[in-house]
Design a protein around this ligand. Structure first.
Ligand SMILES: C[S@@+](CC[C@H](N)C(=O)[O-])C[C@H]1O[C@@H](n2cnc3c(N)ncnc32)[C@H](O)[C@@H]1O
Length: 306
């Protein structure tokens, strides 16, 4: 199933490859993960759905220097840009990129020591089939390592603006989000809260030593918003607000809402309410009164093959 037309005009996830993505990880936490998951004997890495390479470049800090990374993405534009970004980061010799489908990886069985992905299973029509492919190309004893969110949990976070919203408004917001997420899934475009389900699926697919961690990174929005991640997030929000883009553009959001069982008039009201909320949040940022602990519920799930 392809993206709805409005989103399909751009390569997949184009709206999400902005500067904010550079602030997703605490490096000392990734070092701890590398230690816990024994990255020291990893030499061949596959980064499935690499996009422009943010995840692979983050991992490069904690992988052995001899490790080489292959990034794979369906979108030719991301494959090209990932190569440019890796070269710019001085990683050109260790990183190669290829175009291909996560659901039919163009690699032989047991080709890699570590097969990983970040926010990719959430976009697959059948994340179990995607995981099965990742397992197939991992050597016996190797590691499958998936980083996936529960966006429903992130949607339930309060800010200084939403804190006093009536219960019905908060409940309507959550129902709006869940209806769209379920609609996206019903259209075969993946489930944005798949992180909750990945560990169980790994067990079902025969992985052993399945472990679940959570990113220790919050990106608090606190006045005076002068940290790089805060400036990046405000600039993203302003850009989205100017284009009436609340996570998705309106046509895409509507198609997900309807596919999730929602009704057209209800969508119009909920879309407007979401816009009012974003306007209130931006105004509070301008006034220096906005604050939110701002966690992003992101799991790191690993399992050993064989
Ligand atoms: C949200 S982005 C994540 C990119 C990167 N992993 C990161 O964290 O920065 C999802 C990526 O998965 C890619 N993708 C989606 N479906 C795919 C598929 N079936 N095969 C390969 N790549 C896919 C998209 O093109 C996009 O680059």
């Amino acid at each position: 199933m392809n993206e709805p037309k409005s989103q399909a005009a751009k390569p997949h996830s184009a709206e999400f490859f902005n500067e904010s993505r550079d602030y997703w990880w605490n490096l000392d936490f990734l070092r701890l993960m590398a230690q816990r998951l024994r990255f020291d004997d990893v030499r061949r890495v596959l980064d499935v759905g690499c996009g422009v390479g943010h995840w692979g470049r983050s991992l490069a800090h904690v992988l052995p220097p001899e490790a080489s990374v292959t990034g794979l993405d369906r979108e030719p534009e991301w494959v090209r840009r990932a190569g440019e970004e890796a070269a710019r980061a001085g990683l050109g010799r260790r990183f190669t990129f290829a175009q291909g489908d996560a659901m039919a990886l163009p690699f032989a069985d047991h080709s890699f020591d570590l097969v990983t992905c970040q926010t990719v299973l959430m976009h697959l029509s059948d994340f179990g089939a995607g995981l099965r492919e990742m397992i197939r190309v991992t050597r016996p004893g190797g590691l499958v390592f998936a980083v996936e969110p529960c966006n429903m949990a992130s949607m339930a976070v309060f800010s200084s603006v939403t804190d006093q919203f009536p219960t019905e408004v908060v409940a309507a917001w959550l129902r709006f989000q869940l209806t769209m997420q379920r609609g996206k899934r019903a259209l075969g475009l993946g489930f944005n809260s798949v992180g909750d389900l990945v560990p169980g699926k790994m067990i079902e697919l025969g992985l052993r030593d399945v472990r679940v961690y959570m990113s220790d990174r919050a990106t608090p929005m606190l006045p005076p918003y002068d940290q790089p991640h805060q400036r990046a997030e405000i600039s993203q929000l302003k850009d989205w607000y100017a284009r009436e883009h609340w996570m998705w553009d309106k046509a895409t959001a509507r198609s997900y809402f309807i596919a999730g069982g929602g009704q057209e008039p209800e969508f119009a009201a909920l879309w407007q309410q979401a816009g009012r909320q974003m306007a209130a949040e931006l105004a509070a940022m301008d006034a220096g009164t906005f604050h939110c602990a701002n966690p992003h519920i992101t799991y790191l799930v690993s399992g050993r093959v064989g």
